[in-house]
Ligand binder design. Structure first.
Ligand code: DGL
Length: 270
């Protein structure tokens, strides 16, 4: 499989949360064509088994490879933790970028010898991938993780910046596991939408909130630059595919991508 600069960037997530990553990539690389796949038929991934997420991810990778993508970005922590190693083996000749490694590099370079917190889905936390990679880096970082399964569905419903979301967020963040942290990793691509609310909870405290969308966009740019795959000028419109279409998913794109985008249904199983 030969890749060339004019091919699109493939991006996928369990649903529309990964559009936060797609948006950051578009902002940094406006000349690139994006093909986004949201597996809305199977969301949430955070409650699924590793095997199920692997099966969905392989199927989605097939779609993105058929569309000629030059790189595939797994814009989902749950899928990155469950299926990255498998996809690296399965998809030959195309770089796979996950959302975890760029964040690990950032944390390891900036928060040595401190305690860092992490919130994410049950799948991401249970996988222990962040714990393993941070411990392998051996920079004196202690990671405290907390699964926060109510947050992604809450955000997907557009239910944030209100009193109930404040209370749910405060309830989670006040867990003893997260006391004494210097930084909090938002290990779910839905969470940038509640970044301000989380920052509000820590107002006046020296806790840095880390969301991966920008570091992942930078990792994509670095890879394309170093591989001579940057596009000068894309003539093709972005495509946003979903495995199950509803008007409410389409309406929510405005929140996650910053503008309303048209979703095309593309069933994963025929
Ligand atoms: N956006 C996904 C992630 O980063 C989580 C949402 C889901 O559970 O499907 O893990």
């Amino acid at each position: 499989m030969t890749v060339s600069p004019d091919r699109p960037i493939g991006i996928f997530d369990s649903g529309i949360g990964g559009l936060t990553v797609a948006h950051a990539i578009k902002k940094l690389l406006p000349n690139e064509q994006l093909i986004y796949f949201g597996d809305t038929a199977h969301l949430p991934y955070g409650d699924k088994s590793e095997a199920a997420i692997q099966a969905y991810s392989v199927r989605i990778a097939d779609v993105l490879v058929k569309k000629g993508c030059k790189v595939i970005v797994i814009a989902c922590n749950s899928a990155s933790s469950a299926a990255y190693e498998l996809l690296k083996e399965y998809v030959r000749g195309i770089k796979i970028i996950n959302v975890i490694d760029p964040m690990i590099q950032w944390v390891v370079s900036n928060f040595q010898n401190t305690t860092v917190g992490l919130i994410g889905t049950k799948r991401t936390v249970q996988s222990g991938v962040y714990l393993r990679k941070i411990s392998e880096a051996n920079q004196g970082i202690t990671l405290h993780q907390l699964p926060t399964p109510l947050l992604a569905p809450m955000i997907e419903e557009g239910f944030f910046s209100n009193q109930i979301s404040h209370e749910i967020i405060a309830q989670y963040l006040s867990a003893p596991d997260l006391s004494g942290i210097t930084a909090l990793i938002l290990a779910c691509t839905h969470y940038p939408l509640i970044r301000e609310e989380i920052a509000g909870y820590y107002a006046g405290k020296p806790v840095t909130i880390l969301d991966s969308s920008e570091v992942v966009a930078l990792a994509v740019k670095n890879y394309l630059t170093s591989s001579n795959l940057l596009n000068d000028q894309s003539n093709h419109p972005d495509q946003f595919l979903v495995s199950d279409y509803t008007e409410s998913f389409e309406a929510s794109t405005r929140l996650f991508f910053g503008e309303l985008v048209h979703l095309q249904e593309h069933p994963l199983w025929h």
